[in-house]
Design a protein around this ligand. Structure first.
Ligand SMILES: [Zn+2]
Length: 105
């Protein structure tokens, strides 16, 4: 038996470390990605803009914490912007391609 949690913490980034407040994974964690995909399912461009803003802030924050990690900007880019490109195929492909969706699992 667990006590009801009236304020479940959402999977949001804890700045300036950019770790998930809920599960401690590098943000966006798996749960955060699922929430974001659901929130922006009809607005993949808005999702990219939002994540691009997060990426910008994260690079600034992490650079301030540890100026030696600037070499991993490519990894940061993939962490924030690489994953939705793999899920939102309409972002890259023209709409005339056969309708074939893969559910993120
Ligand atoms: Zn999380």
């Amino acid at each position: 038996m667990t006590a009801p949690d009236e304020h479940p913490r959402p999977h949001v980034p804890m700045r300036p470390l950019w770790l998930c407040r809920r599960c401690g994974q590098p943000w966006p964690c798996g749960a955060a990605k699922i929430v974001l995909l659901a929130e922006y399912q009809d607005a993949s461009v808005s999702l990219f803009l939002y994540l691009a803003g997060c990426l910008h802030k994260a690079i600034e924050d992490l650079h301030r914490l540890n100026p030696n990690v600037t070499g991993c900007a490519g990894d940061m880019y993939d962490r924030f912007l690489g994953w939705p490109a793999r899920h939102t195929r309409s972002y890259r492909l023209p709409s005339e391609t056969p309708h074939h969706e893969e559910e993120p699992s």
